[in-house]
Design a protein. Structure first.
Ligand code: SIN
Length: 284
């Protein structure tokens, strides 16, 4: 793809690109259309210096589509579609928000298509976010494994995080974020293990270690060896890229074909991000 109004610099072999040469607060139609194409082509976009206020973050999100529904985490006062992803300098828990491989809210019937993360406070070092390419992970499977998985569903649930026995219910002090676990978190929703991206038509693995709890019609124990393999396979280093955040950095990623992991390696330092999502389709 040739881009005429934006600069696109891939950051890893598998996925991810840094975008420059544009101001996200004054995006014309041509630049938006190229940006959207770059989003589909590279799955994860990073912008180094885009100081967006909350209204501008909302406007940018809505250019991509209507807001997604954000359960279990309270929105910001006056901005119900923005959540704070926050860790204060004196928090030392080994659990941070997003600190395991996952695709955002994959337990929803129609999980978000895209997530927007705007960096407000960043540690001097650490607090990077890693991403994994679920197209690449699917493509690299053997024909036999692809055949075994195609047409099968896996069950996704918020139970390990937001359910009545999840980690936020067991220990509400593991984060100061406004997280409200409930019985709704225990519900299981089936999604195809191999999904077809609604815009690109490409096939992607759609499982993750946080929300995918078992294969449909199988027990957790029976499913574990298969899920363990798929989780390890899909996050192999060659399928990943890593964003080193700076203040006013912004990332946009496609949850339909990626996973991500917020690295918790900055104890003693604060990190604050403002996060929105766009609504997605039911995976098929
Ligand atoms: C998330 O999982 O949505 C947050 C990722 C991050 O804080 O880097």
């Amino acid at each position: 793809m040739t881009y005429e109004t934006i600069e696109v610099h891939p950051i890893a072999g598998a996925l991810g690109a840094e975008i420059s040469g544009l101001d996200l607060t004054t995006l014309g139609n041509q630049s938006f259309s190229e940006l959207h194409q770059a989003f589909l082509d590279h799955r994860v976009l990073y912008f180094k210096d885009q100081p967006l206020d909350d209204e501008q973050l909302e406007e940018l999100t809505m250019r991509f589509g209507p807001f997604g529904d954000t359960p279990f985490v309270e929105g910001m006062p006056g901005h119900p579609n923005i959540i704070e992803v926050r860790k204060d300098a004196d928090e030392t828990s080994t659990h941070n928000f997003g600190g395991r491989w996952h695709s955002d809210f994959s337990f929803q019937e129609a999980p978000p298509s895209a997530t927007f993360l705007s960096a407000r406070v960043t540690p001097e070092a650490g607090g990077d976010t890693m991403f994994a390419d679920m197209y690449g992970a699917y493509d690299a499977l053997s024909d036999g494994m692809k055949e075994l998985l195609t047409g099968r569903n896996a069950m996704h649930s918020g139970q390990r995080s937001y359910g009545t026995k999840g980690r936020f219910a067991k220990d509400p002090n593991i984060t100061r974020m406004a997280i409200r676990p409930s019985e709704e978190g225990d519900v299981e929703t089936p999604h195809p293990i191999v999904r077809t991206h609604p815009e690109t038509g490409r096939k992607a693995l759609f499982i993750n270690q946080v929300y995918t709890v078992r294969l449909e019609d199988m027990t957790e124990a029976e499913s574990k060896p298969i899920l363990d393999f798929l989780n390890a396979h899909s996050t192999r280093p060659e399928f990943t890229c890593r964003i080193r955040w700076n203040e006013n950095g912004l990332a946009i990623w496609d949850n339909r074909c990626t996973q991500h992991y917020a690295i918790n390696d900055y104890h003693g330092h604060a990190r604050l991000m403002h996060r929105t999502t766009c609504a997605g389709d039911r995976p098929v």
